[in-house]
Design a protein around this ligand. Structure first.
Ligand code: 3HC
Length: 694
């Protein structure tokens, strides 16, 4: 075995050279790997005793792509496309032997080899688009040549991976290796030599791209798909353009087009935001005072209190992960209804062919419904998901403290209330925590973990691990009204409600927010959530637009009328001139002189206070770092990932500009816009929020 660089070595197994890559954790193609690959292949080609070369990785995976940490820094030669050109043009067979994830530059390495063999669990993908990029080392040119543009397009433009069986079927790989991969790869290489198989250069394949020239409509069709699914993203369109180049241009010219598009994306802010988000999503799980080896509690069985929308959704998370749930309601009829809704959700999924009936039955079999709290005596974790009433929650926690095992975690799903106050009702505040799911809880990826004053490290670490187990992105926050997400969100809500009184109409505000990249505007969202949430006939005041709408029986999407009108059963907001008039009349009655409000003002008033509140939250140490707030907004509130979340976006805009605008609004509108001291401090020091990310 000869070490070529610290990450690459060359071994000989008889006449077969083995180019081993060893760059933990994911064998990213950083400089030592690229240099080692370039020099290694050169050595192997010059060594007459080597007749074929296997490229293979140590550790948990084949190369999972370029080293994203190098992006944005001056590139260091040898560059990946140049290294892969040498692979492609090698004079002896090159075989990629794949396990784990051949992603991005890793798959491009495999595509530049002459043959590919993989273990049955291997995955293949070009996820660059998720980083706001496109495959920049020939992936957009080679994959269409190998499997045809129709199959290559979705892989490149969505970034979703495929498994080994599909890869074999579609011709991405040549063979699946049973048993030891290295042995299988050597045997495969010997077979290639014995059978005198040709050097299969993917770059020289023309049949599939030539055939596709007769069906140019595949690109228009695919662009239509992207318009619906990837609104606002720049990279997917660049991916389509690159694949078009693969179809219409000779290989070298296609490669030049790919490079130009790649570099354009790399310079843009969307890719900077998406690359930032990649690391933010991994960083959020790291809590400075919770070491990796913090002891964990074993969560084998969970209790959920409340079988309403929230409790039902929460239950689905656990049974999806194979964890049995005891679901508690006050009355059998509520329990039956709640379990019925869960079953219906699964049945819909099964009817779409996305789940088998057997899986539905198996999951439903994990639910034990009960009306007796005492049945929670054997669970390891209880999540209370009843409506927001402090007295009720206190009473429940007192009971739980008496009923549950002494080391069971007692969690509340409250969205706003003081978890310390709830914990104080128990004799074990160190076992009390907030697990704040977002609605619909079975769909939304965000989980805010609310660390109360006395929550133990073990309980926090266990909750983080559990979050991962149920496939959530968990962010740890501290106790305050609304925690991090809803506290920031309240800022936008307040401004939207003010803006309609001052002169804007819901449709204008919704368009501004939708065009910014949120899936829907605030008023369409109110309609979706239900205007009557927390409203009652008995307590209505007729002193807000929401009260007036509810008094007219306009509860939102659920009864096809709210801020907007809806066709029966339809979801598309339609203009409601009668409500616009109601808003205008109400604002005049309240003494407002309505004015035209620019889209720019709407955007700034909706977004900048969110950022300002984020700064206050950081100052109060409610959140660990700015990027955690971005993770919360992207996964819980629909912030478009291509602008990185509110704190990253603030850095993009410039904190000095944000501060100046907040001060202007403060002068005009009062202290709703009072800048956070942290924001003032960062501007004074010439720093940004990213400088606080640890
Ligand atoms: N570059 C740098 N670091 C990377 C990386 C990469 N491509 N991929 C993963 N890492 C790091 C992570 O940041 C993490 O670091 P940490 O431990 O310090 O937090 C560590 O490796 C482990 O990663 P995960 O926590 O994500 O581990 P998982 O086992 O959950 O997932 C994975 C492994 C599926 C490989 C996942 O990490 C992944 O999807 N990686 C990114 C793949 C990707 O986007 N590749 C394309 C890169 S761009 C490219 O190739 C351009 C080319 O076309 C020119």
């Amino acid at each position: 075995m000869v070490a070529i660089t610290e990450a690459v070595s060359l071994e000989k197994q008889g006449e077969i050279g083995m180019l081993w890559i060893d760059n933990p954790p994911v064998n990213a193609l950083g400089f030592p790997v690229r240099k080692g690959m370039a020099d290694g292949i050169d050595m192997a080609m010059k060594d007459d005793t080597i007749k074929a070369l296997v490229v293979i990785c140590k550790g948990r995976t084949f190369c999972a792509g370029a080293d994203i940490r190098e992006f944005g820094k001056p590139p260091q030669a040898p560059h990946l496309p140049d290294v892969l050109k040498v692979f492609d043009q090698a004079t002896k067979p090159v075989i990629a032997a794949i396990h784990g994830t051949a992603f991005g530059g890793g798959l491009e390495t495999a595509l530049s080899s002459h043959y590919r063999i993989a273990v049955p669990t291997a995955q293949f993908g070009l996820p660059e688009v998720k980083l706001g990029l496109l495959p920049g080392a020939g992936g957009t040119q080679r994959l269409p040549r190998l499997i045809g543009p129709e199959k290559a397009l979705p892989m490149i433009a969505t970034g979703n991976p495929i498994g080994a069986a599909q890869a074999l079927k579609e011709g991405v790989i040549d063979e699946i290796a049973e048993g030891d991969l290295a042995e299988a790869a050597v045997a495969f290489a010997r077979k290639v030599l014995a059978e005198k198989r040709p050097l299969r250069q993917v770059s020289a394949m023309t049949e599939k791209v030539e055939a596709a020239r007769k069906t140019p409509e595949i690109f228009a069709d695919y662009r239509n798909v992207l318009a619906k699914t990837k609104r606002g993203f720049e990279a997917p369109e660049a991916c389509v353009k690159a694949v078009e180049a693969a179809v219409n241009l000779p290989f070298d010219e296609g490669m030049a087009t790919e490079r130009k598009l790649f570099e354009g994306l790399m310079r843009g802010s969307q890719s900077a935001a998406q690359r930032y988000y990649f690391f933010a999503e991994r960083q959020v799980a790291k809590i400075p005072d919770i070491p990796k080896d913090t002891p964990l509690l074993d969560i084998k069985k969970v209790g959920v209190i409340g079988a309403g929308t929230m409790g039902g959704g929460i239950t689905m998370n656990f049974i999806n992960a194979g964890i049995p749930v005891t679901l508690v309601e006050t009355k059998q009829e509520f329990l039956d209804r709640g379990i019925g809704v869960i079953k219906k959700n699964y049945d819909i999924t099964a009817a779409k062919g996305k789940m088998t009936q057997q899986a539905v039955d198996q999951r439903m079999g994990l639910i034990t419904g009960t009306t007796k709290m005492e049945d929670l005596a054997d669970v390891d974790l209880v999540i209370e998901a009843v409506y927001e009433n402090m007295d009720l929650k206190k009473e429940i926690f007192k009971k739980l403290d008496a009923i549950c095992k002494k080391d069971a975690i007692l969690a509340t799903n409250t969205s706003y209330l003081d978890v310390n106050e709830i914990a104080a009702q128990t004799s074990r505040p160190e076992f009390v925590i907030g697990l704040h799911f977002f609605s619909p809880a079975n769909v939304m990826r965000l989980l805010e973990i609310v660390r109360a004053a006395k929550t133990s490290k073990t309980v926090l670490a266990t909750s983080l691990a559990l979050g991962k187990r149920i496939k959530k992105i968990a962010a740890v926050v501290g106790v305050c009204y609304g925690f991090a997400g809803n506290r920031m969100f309240a800022q936008r809500k307040r401004e939207c409600d003010k803006l309609v009184l001052e002169g804007a109409l819901p449709a204008q505000i919704d368009k501004v927010i939708f065009d910014f990249g949120f899936p829907m505007g605030p008023f369409a969202l109110y309609d979706l959530i239900g205007l009557d949430l927390g409203w009652s006939k008995e307590t209505t005041t007729s002193d807000s637009i929401r009260d007036l709408l509810c008094e007219q029986g306009r509860f939102g999407l659920k009864n096809s009328k709210g801020y907007y009108n809806y066709e029966k059963g339809g979801r598309k907001p339609l203009p409601a001139p009668e409500i616009e008039q109601l808003i205008i009349d109400f604002s005049k009655k309240k003494g407002f002189t309505r004015r035209d409000i620019s889209d720019e003002e709407i955007l700034q008033r909706c977004i900048y206070p969110i950022i300002n509140e984020g700064a206050k939250i950081l100052e109060e140490k409610i959140a660990v770092r700015p990027s955690d707030l971005d993770v919360i907004w992207i996964n819980g509130y629909g912030w478009p990932v291509y602008s990185g979340g509110p704190m990253f976006y603030a850095d993009l805009v410039g904190l000095d500009k944000i501060l100046a605008v907040l001060k202007k609004f403060q002068a005009e509108q009062g202290d709703d816009f009072k800048p956070a001291p942290l924001l003032e401090k960062l501007v004074k020091e010439g720093k940004n929020f990213s400088s606080l990310n640890t």
